[in-house]
Every structure is written in structure tokens, then in C-alpha cells.
Design a protein around this ligand. Sequence first.
Ligand SMILES: *[C@@H]1O[C@H](CO)[C@@H](O)[C@H](O)[C@H]1NC(C)=O
Ligand SMILES: *[C@@H]1O[C@H](CO)[C@@H](O)[C@H](O)[C@H]1NC(C)=O
Ligand SMILES: *[C@@H]1O[C@H](CO)[C@@H](O)[C@H](O)[C@H]1NC(C)=O
Ligand SMILES: *[C@@H]1O[C@H](CO)[C@@H](O)[C@H](O)[C@H]1NC(C)=O
Ligand SMILES: *[C@@H]1O[C@H](CO)[C@@H](O)[C@H](O)[C@H]1NC(C)=O
Ligand SMILES: *[C@@H]1O[C@H](CO)[C@@H](O)[C@H](O)[C@H]1NC(C)=O
Ligand SMILES: *[C@@H]1O[C@H](CO)[C@@H](O)[C@H](O)[C@H]1NC(C)=O
Ligand SMILES: *[C@@H]1O[C@H](CO)[C@@H](O)[C@H](O)[C@H]1NC(C)=O
Ligand SMILES: *[C@@H]1O[C@H](CO)[C@@H](O)[C@H](O)[C@H]1NC(C)=O
Ligand SMILES: *[C@@H]1O[C@H](CO)[C@@H](O)[C@H](O)[C@H]1NC(C)=O
Ligand SMILES: *[C@@H]1O[C@H](CO)[C@@H](O)[C@H](O)[C@H]1NC(C)=O
Length: 837
Amino acid sequence: MEKLLLSLVIISVFVATGEAQSKSFLINCGTNSSINVDGRRWVGDLVADNNLTVSSSGIAASTDSSIFGPLYKTARFFTDGLNYTFEGIQGNYFVRLHFCPFSFENYNVNESSFDVVANGLKLVTEFNVPGEISHKNLRLQSSGSNSSSFFLIKEYILPINMDVLVIEFFPKKGSLGFINAVEIVPVVNKLFTDPVSKVSGNGASLNLSGRGIETMYRLNVGGPEIKSREDLDLWRTWEVDSSYMITADAGLEIRNSSNITYASMNDSSVAPLLVYESARTMSNTEVLEKRFNMSWKFEVDPDFDYWIRLHFCEVVYGMANQRIFRIYINNRTASNNFDVFVQAGGMNRAYHQDYIDVVSSKTKTLWIQLGPETAAGASGTDALLNGLEIFKLSRNANLAYIETYDSTGNSAGNSKTKILWVGIGAGGASVVILAVLISFIFCYCRGQRKKLTDTKSNNPSGWRPFFLHGSITNSTANAKGAAGSQNPYASMASTRVGKWFTLAEIRAATNNFDESLVIGVGGFGKVYKGAIEDGTPAAIKRANPQSEQGLTEFETEIEMLSKLRHRHLVSMIGFCDEQNEMILVYEYMANGTLRSHLFGSDLPPLTWKQRLVACIGAARGLHYLHTGAERGIIHRDVKTTNILLDENFVAKMSDFGLSKNGPALDHTHVSTAVKGSFGYLDPEYFRRQQLTEKSDVYSFGVVLFEVICARPVINPSLPKDEVNLAEWAMGWQRQRSLETIIDPHLKGNYSADSLKKFGEIAEKCLADEGKNRPTMGEVLWHLEYVLQLHQAWMCSNNGENSSSFSQALEGLEEGEAERKNVQARGILESDIISGSQ
Ligand SMILES: *[C@@H]1O[C@H](CO)[C@@H](O)[C@H](O)[C@H]1NC(C)=O
Ligand SMILES: *[C@@H]1O[C@H](CO)[C@@H](O)[C@H](O)[C@H]1NC(C)=O
Ligand SMILES: *[C@@H]1O[C@H](CO)[C@@H](O)[C@H](O)[C@H]1NC(C)=O
Ligand SMILES: *[C@@H]1O[C@H](CO)[C@@H](O)[C@H](O)[C@H]1NC(C)=O
Ligand SMILES: *[C@@H]1O[C@H](CO)[C@@H](O)[C@H](O)[C@H]1NC(C)=O
Ligand SMILES: *[C@@H]1O[C@H](CO)[C@@H](O)[C@H](O)[C@H]1NC(C)=O
Ligand SMILES: *[C@@H]1O[C@H](CO)[C@@H](O)[C@H](O)[C@H]1NC(C)=O
Ligand SMILES: *[C@@H]1O[C@H](CO)[C@@H](O)[C@H](O)[C@H]1NC(C)=O
Ligand SMILES: *[C@@H]1O[C@H](CO)[C@@H](O)[C@H](O)[C@H]1NC(C)=O
Ligand SMILES: *[C@@H]1O[C@H](CO)[C@@H](O)[C@H](O)[C@H]1NC(C)=O
Ligand SMILES: *[C@@H]1O[C@H](CO)[C@@H](O)[C@H](O)[C@H]1NC(C)=O
């Protein structure tokens, strides 16, 4: 019943590019001589045959002053438009513009003001180097020990689809501009391919296809500066982080360089291992109560989307649960219960996690904070960070932002930008067809839940009185645009809510919340095994009052469960809401989660038949949710930890905290924030943010594969193509060779026909588009058929007595009958029980 809420997103895939296109260009501007710096050759922009076209304008400038490094002794100044055109270039590239202002003849670089546009994407506008340096962004990097000279590097990551890159420089009228060096280095395509968690709270869909990226910050947290020459072939600079910390000594630097490896082989270009060798943790971990945050604050441009990448490597603890923390981005929780050891799949493993957040037009700061996990005890909580990158994503072909301190009435910086499209594309079409496709699919969850969020933020301490469910009912109705919300309390008042327990009764049942009775822990709090009244065992779920997210889910869960009775749904016995507690009492499921019987525990493995019966039970539960209740309910969090087994291994669906009423008759879907569990989430739901019953079908398909393979749906410690169970198993299923990856415990004990059929069902469930997936009813029907195939095989093979087969089926049928009974009872009782308004 664990619930980790991740609002997240799948991003695919840089399609592999022709390696032949990946070449670097290092241009030393304003000179006919080429020089070597740090082992790289910088070709003068006036050198013939340099594969570069420089438009005729521009003045080659140079200085003799010894304070400038060799690369920055020359520059190209311009007072009219200037173009650098690079040919034979395709794919994703780092484009770095080097600026190092010096005086030349009568030109005063302090008065420079110019725009830079790359293939139609505006990079900077009215750019003034000294002015820029004094207040923002990529900071000066002093060249050597010599602080009187400085330079500025602006770094971009650009998709180049047309075999040519044109960088255009435009000075403002009557002004001038300059450029010292241009560096173009191919990006390793794996740089931006990982799943991205969206920071909770807001969002709309975000499409990275064709968008440009600007590097805003790149920090080696807790360690020294990493110079560009130390960073593989990508030549990135990693700054020291301390100057961005709110309280510098809030973090203790730790270092250990022994034996660090990448958690995934393909990560080797994400950051050099040097970044992972140093880190910052909360100081005085042994002594202080860790009730503070390590906080970093960054100046950023308002009204852009930011990609935030955090680098982690656990270098101290060799076990899980030693260091658990929360990650906040702009004061919102981005991840909770974060355990680097678990995420990276071990100690000394270099791992990174990405987030996306929107910085609104009202703020110019971005806060990253790591702090204690309130649910964990003080001793278990400690934070760790090894590296941090912040990237700005372009909007409307624009990355530029200008401050609007000129008080001319222009309120938004971006309003001044004019979008220029470069007309390229004649000829060369054959190459364009092979163009690199960067297809990032981002989803943002915005809007729909705003109302809930507002309600919550008005109520920071957490709990509202139990029967004030107005906001839930109301907003559910609003989300569907339905009119029937006149009486927001009607739905609660008219449903059956079970027994109302006193806190004393609950304390008695759980031996005063005895830790030894805890059978589960999740983001919401703990689940205890208790004995109520006459000793009936029960599962008692006690919400942690700090968990606001939990509140909403609890309310949803009560609302849902009070309407639902079914043999294959875990039923609620009652609740307790005394003294700000929010406690739910469920029937006790003696055999725990389906997952625990598949892997990760030492319970005996289930037989194929037991697995099939469990899947059929869960499918029945879901089928009932989708079709049985009045309007259909979407579970939204179908996974093996939410399928529980009772003492007879009858499977029941649990955890309705995320459930939603299905679409009303005149709608085909519910638009909603993307929620659910990573690894099970329907990709179509990400793309369109439209929830249908078919999203449950997708998740159920993943469950089916999990049942076959008995491995976690996401296992970051495996090679990249095996990390995600759904992708990996689908690969094998498409080749019709599922038996290769079947749980070894099943070998020889299943019928090949049944496995084949089972695989086909799972495959259909994972169809990319919901409309091509079967309904739960169809899935159920087919699973029953699979069970029959297997039973027939067992009879002929093992001579198993066939009556057990009919018993199994009878058991299932019995469930149906029982459902009808209970449902009828539920309706009657709901008329009697009323809310205490
Ligand atoms: C480079 O330019 C300088 C002066 O402008 C000139 O003397 C020199 O011959 C040029 N060298 C080459 C290789 O063109
Ligand atoms: C220009 O491109 C050609 C072919 O790609 C390459 O052989 C040559 O070395 C390049 N010239 C320079 C100066 O990079
Ligand atoms: C700057 O460094 C150069 C050598 O890197 C040195 O010759 C020069 O004197 C230094 N200038 C100042 C002002 O320190
Ligand atoms: C720069 O290139 C753009 C597009 O290729 C073109 O429209 C513009 O005239 C060029 N500017 C100069 C100064 O050559
Ligand atoms: C630019 O301004 C800075 C400080 O405002 C000054 O120190 C520097 O000499 C100026 N540079 C030029 C080339 O005028
Ligand atoms: C992303 O944008 C590109 C072009 O702007 C478009 O072709 C593509 O369909 C978009 N993808 C999604 C998922 O919206
Ligand atoms: C560094 O890590 C290794 C194991 O990876 C450990 O044996 C060693 O003691 C650590 N060193 C320090 C200084 O913590
Ligand atoms: C590093 O790894 C090597 C081989 O994997 C091992 O022999 C060595 O003991 C390890 N060092 C530490 C400090 O863990
Ligand atoms: C985050 O909270 C701090 C105070 O803790 C506040 O100064 C800052 O403005 C907040 N940031 C945002 C983006 O709300
Ligand atoms: C840490 O920061 C978050 C977000 O700004 C805030 O909600 C939380 O109260 C802070 N925790 C502590 C212990 O200061
Ligand atoms: C790395 O990525 C490539 C292509 O993206 C893939 O073929 C390869 O299997 C991956 N390797 C690992 C170890 O994940």
C-alpha cells in the first residue's frame, strides 16, 4: 500500500545520429592564425578552408596586453550585422560563445549592445558584456590567477537539423558588438534522455522538440572547480557551489574518490566522475537535530521553464535507509523519501535525477533545498548532493531576457524580442530526412488541481474536520465541468462510511501504535496490524499529519471506499478522526502485497496458477471499478503493491487515494494532473493528460509482465535497455520469446500455451494508444481462458484432479454473487448512515 507520488514523465529519445556529422568547430575570432589551448586547436576565422563562412563585415581586433590569455587576445568587433555560418553540422551541439572585453582603437566594448541569433533561436538580446557580468548568469571566470582579466562564456545546447548553423550577430543601432571565440562541440546524445520528474503543483505539457537550452549554472557541490579540460570531451566547467548557498556552512563537505562508477553505463557523459567524488551533507550529522534545509539560491530569468539536474553518489553508507531526505524546488516538494543508495542501486554509484520547473514572471530566483524527511526519524534523515545543473529551455524560439529597468513602459523583458527565422533549407533535403529527431515529451500537470492546492495552502497545518469534504466533492465536479455541485456535501452525507472508531479504541487495537506492529510505511504515514473489537485482525492506516498530499488522498480513499463493496476490493471497516488524527481501518490481508510474493522477500514463490488466479482477482476488482459503479471509477495507481492477498490468496485491489470518477457520459476522458507510479504510468496519459479507464489497463499490463518476470518495474541498476520492465518485456514479447525472461521459479511448471496467451494479453494492454487496448472485461475474459489452458495442461501432465479447477472458477464466480449482495447491502446502509453536518 505504499504510495510514492511521482508526477513524472517519460522522455524519449534522441534517435541515434550519424557519427560522421559529429565534429567540433573551435574558432578563434578576428585572426588568421590558429593556436593551441589546453591541447585543442582553435582555428582562426580568417584561415582559408576552415569550413566556416564569415560574412564580410566585422573588424579583426587584437590587443597586446599580457593580461589576456592567448585565445582572448583577438576578437571580431562589428557595428553591422555579422554572420558565422558553419556547414556540415547536424545533431545536438554545445555552442559556447566566449566574450572577453578589451579596448581596441576607438571602440568601447563597455558600450556594446547586441543580439545573437542561432538558426532562428534568439540567444541574447541587447547584450552588454560588462553590464551582464556585473549582475548575472554565467559568472566571470578569472583567467588564471590574474584577476584583472576576465571572460564570460555563454553556453547553449542547440538542436541543428539542417546541416548548417548560422550564428547571426546584430548590434543595436549606433552601438557595437564583439566576439572572441566560438566553440561548437557535439553533445553526446544521452545527455537528455532520462525520465524527468515534474515538480509537483503546476504545469502544462512541455515539448522540447526543437527547443534550445541555455546552461545557467553548473556546480560541483562540495568540491573544487572542475576546469573544462578535466571534463571528458565536452569541455564543461563546473563551478564551486558555496557562493550560492544561503548559509554556507549548512553543509559539510565530504569527499571520497574510491571506486565510483556510473549507475548506468550510458551516463558516462552526463558528468565526469570528479563531480561525484565530492558532496555536501548536513553538517554534524551525529549531533544536531537535523531540522534545517541546505539551500541554494540562483538568479534566473522569469517566465521560462528550467531543467534542473541533481547529481548524487552515496559515498559513505553501504546500505539503504541510512540517508533519506526531501528535495524542494522553489519551496515545493520535488521528491520525498529520497534515498540515493536505493535510487542509484548501490554505493559509489554515480546517479542523476532531473526535474522540470517553471519560474513565473513574478520571480527571478530559483531555490533548491534539501532537507529532512519528516516521516523518517531524526537519525535516519540526512541529505546529500554532489552536483547541480540548471538549464533554461527556450520559449517561442527565444532564450533571451532583458531586464526592464529602463522604465519605458515595457513591463515584460520578452516583449522586446523579435523572432527571426533563418531561411535555410533549399537543397540538401536528402540529408534533412535523416535529421536528428529530438523528441522530448514533457508533461506538466497544471491547472486541474489548482483548486485543491489552494484549499490546501489555506490550511497549512493539514487536517480539516473529517466531514467537511466540500472541496473534494466540489472540485471533482468542477474538474468535469458538471453542474451538479450545488450541494457539495451531498455525496459524503449519502454514502456509507463505516464504523466511527474512537482514538482510544484505535490505540487499544494497535497497542498504542506499537512500532513492532507496523506492516507498511508510505508517504502518507504508517500501516499497523491491529485487532479490533472481538479480535478481528485489521489493517490500520494512520496518516502522518505533516503529509498534506496524504490528506487529499485519504479523503478520496474514504469517498471511494465508502461507495464500493466487492470481493476483489479491499474493504474499509471504519475510520477515526479524533484529535486531528486521520486513521482508516481496513480488512486485514494476511498475505500482504502481490509484489512481496514475486520478489524482494524470502516468501515462497507463487505457482503459475496462483499467479493467474491473483491476476484474475485483480482484474475482476478493476473491471468492477470501471463498469460496476454508477459512472465507473479509474483507479490510477494499479501496481503489484496495491494488489493485496488475503489468507486464501484471493487478490484484492487496494489504495484508492488517487482514484477518480470516470468521465461523464458526454465526455470521453477526464483531464487531470498526471499521477501514479513510475514504471506503470500510461504514456498516452502523459502525452495528453487525459485519463481514461485504459490507463488502468496499461498499468495492469505492466503488472502482468511483472508477474511473469518477477522483477521490479524500474530497476536502475540494470543496463539501460532493461531498466524499464515494460519496454524490456515488450521487446521479448514482440519476438514471441517471453520464456527467455520468465521467472526461473516457474520454469517447467507452466503451460507454454498459457504463457503465450498471457503474453499476448499483456502486450495488448500496453498498446501505445488507449483505443487499441482491451477493456478490463476483455482482459478478464482472456485471463480466465489462460487459466483454463493451464489447468488443462496440468490435468494432462500431472494428473491433477480436475475438481480443483472447477473449485477455483467457482471461487471466482462466488465473488460475483457476493458483490451483488454486498452492493445491495451497501446501498441500503447508505440510506441510514448520515454525515454529522
Ligand atoms: C595574417 O595577417 C597578417 C597581417 O594581417 C599578415 O602579415 C600575414 O601574412 C597573414 N598570414 C597569413 C598566413 O595569411
Ligand atoms: C573542413 O572539412 C573537411 C571535410 O569535413 C575536413 O577534412 C577539413 O579538415 C576541415 N577543415 C578544417 C580547417 O577543419
Ligand atoms: C597577468 O598574468 C600574466 C601571465 O599570465 C602576467 O604576465 C601579467 O603580469 C599578469 N598581470 C597582472 C596585472 O597581474
Ligand atoms: C546573415 O544570414 C541571414 C540568414 O542566412 C541573412 O538573412 C543575413 O542577410 C545575413 N547577414 C549578413 C550580414 O550577411
Ligand atoms: C569598462 O568599465 C570598467 C568598469 O566600469 C572599466 O574598469 C574598464 O576600464 C572599462 N573598459 C573599457 C574598455 O572601457
Ligand atoms: C512537439 O513540437 C513539434 C514541433 O514543434 C511537433 O512536431 C510535435 O508534434 C510536438 N510533440 C508533441 C508531443 O506535442
Ligand atoms: C572511501 O570509501 C571506501 C569504500 O568505498 C572506504 O573503504 C573508505 O574508508 C572511504 N574513505 C573515507 C575517507 O571515507
Ligand atoms: C576498488 O575496487 C577494486 C576492484 O574492484 C578493489 O580491489 C579495491 O579494494 C576497491 N577499493 C576500495 C577502496 O574499495
Ligand atoms: C522560498 O522561501 C523563501 C523563504 O524560505 C523565500 O524567501 C523565497 O522567496 C521562496 N521562493 C519562492 C520561489 O517562492
Ligand atoms: C525546507 O524548505 C521547504 C521549502 O522551502 C520548507 O517547506 C520547509 O519547511 C523547510 N524545512 C526546514 C526544516 O526548514
Ligand atoms: C546505451 O545506449 C545505446 C543507444 O542509446 C544502447 O544501444 C545501449 O544498449 C545502451 N547501453 C547501456 C549499457 O545501457
